[in-house]
Ligand binder design. Structure first.
Ligand code: SAM
Length: 257
C-alpha cells in the first residue's frame, strides 16, 4: 500500500493543472507530514480517478499541488448502489456507523427519525467529515452522499423507483411475547438477497428500541420492502448495520467484482 498521503480534493484533476489546497490540507502535508516542494501525494475528486500530484508551491500556510500522472481510472461502479437508512443512536456509535458504511461502499448514508429514535438531531458536517476521512483511508474513488436526518416516511418516499428496501427486522408478530415471539419472523437475509440481486438497495436499521408495531406493519405492507433476519441474537444497531452491509456486498455488491 502506498505510503503517499491520500487526499480528497474538489478541484479538477488534469496533468499539469495546479490547484490550491485548503488550509487544513496544506497544513497536513507541509507541517504534519513535513513534505516539501516536489514531494507527492495521491489525490481523488470522485470524477477523474486518482492522481499522483506533487507539491508545486508553498507560501506561508498555503500550498499548491500539480497532478503529474493518473494512478487509477474513475471506476464507474457497475454494481447497483447501496443506501444505508439508519436511526441515529449514541454519538460514537453513530459515528462508527457512518465510518463503516463508507468503508463498506455505501453510495448514500441517510439518518432516519423513527418513532423510537432517541437521538433526533444529527451533525451533518461531522458525518461528512467522518465519511471523507474514511473514503481517503479506504481507497475509495468517490465520497458517499451523506444527508441530513429525515423522517422514515420521507426517506422511503425519496428512494429511486425500483429500490429494494431491506428492512432489518428482529421482531416477531406476537405483541406480548419476548421479541415478538416466533410468528411472522423475517427470513434470513442471506436467503432473501438473491431475489433482489441487481436492484438498487436500501438497508434499514432501527434505533436502540427497535421499530414500533405500527412501523413494522407499515413497512411489511410495502411492495418494495423485504423484511430480513440477522440471526437469533439481538444485535446493537451499529453491529446490525455492519452485518447487513457486509452480507449485501458479499452477495449483491462489488465484493465479487
Ligand atoms: N428491538 C430490539 C430489542 O428488543 O432490544 C432492539 C433493536 S436493535 C438494538 C436495533 C436494530 O438493529 C433493529 O431495529 C434492527 O433493525 C437491527 N437488528 C438487530 N438485531 C437484529 C436481528 N437479529 N435481525 C434483524 N435485525 C436486527
Amino acid at each position: 500500500m502506498s505510503s503517499m498521503p491520500r487526499l480528497f480534493v474538489n478541484s479538477d484533476l488534469v496533468a499539469g493543472g495546479a490547484f490550491a489546497l485548503d488550509e487544513g490540507q496544506a497544513n497536513y502535508l507541509t507541517r504534519v507530514m513535513r513534505l516539501g516542494i516536489g514531494d507527492a501525494a495521491r489525490v481523488f475528486n470522485g470524477r477523474h480517478g486518482e492522481w499522483r500530484a506533487e507539491i508545486s508551491k508553498i507560501e506561508g500556510r498555503r500550498a499548491e499541488l500539480t497532478p503529474v500522472d493518473q494512478l487509477r481510472q474513475q471506476a464507474t461502479s457497475g454494481g447497483a448502489p447501496l443506501t444505508l437508512l439508519f436511526a441515529p443512536v449514541k454519538k460514537s456509535e453513530t459515528d462508527f456507523i457512518v465510518e463503516k458504511a463508507t468503508e463498506l461502499g455505501a453510495a448514500r448514508i441517510q439518518p432516519v427519525i423513527t418513532e423510537r429514535t432517541q437521538t433526533r438531531t444529527v451533525r451533518l458536517d461531522r458525518f461528512q467529515k467522518i465519511a471523507l476521512e474514511a473514503a481517503e483511508q479506504t481507497e475509495r474513488l468517490d465520497l458517499p452522499e451523506v444527508t441530513d436526518a429525515v423522517s422514515l416516511d420521507a426517506a422511503l418516499a425519496a428512494l429511486p423507483d425500483g429500490t429494494a428496501v431491506i428492512f432489518c427486522d428482529e421482531a416477531g408478530d406476537e405483541a406480548d411475547a419476548p421479541w415478538g415471539g416466533q410468528a411472522g419472523r423475517a427470513r434470513p437475509m442471506a436467503d432473501v438477497l438473491p431475489d433482489i440481486k441487481g436492484r438498487p438497495a436500501a438497508i434499514l436499521i432501527g434505533p436502540e428500541g427497535g421499530f414500533s408495531p405500527a412501523e413494522r406493519s407499515h413497512l411489511r405492507a410495502r411492495a418494495d420492502t423485504r423484511p430480513v433476519g440477522l440471526g437469533p441474537r439481538i444485535l446493537r444497531a451499529e453491529t446490525a448495520a455492519v452485518a447487513a452491509m457486509t452480507l449485501w456486498q458479499a452477495i449483491c455488491g462489488d465484493w465479487r467484482d
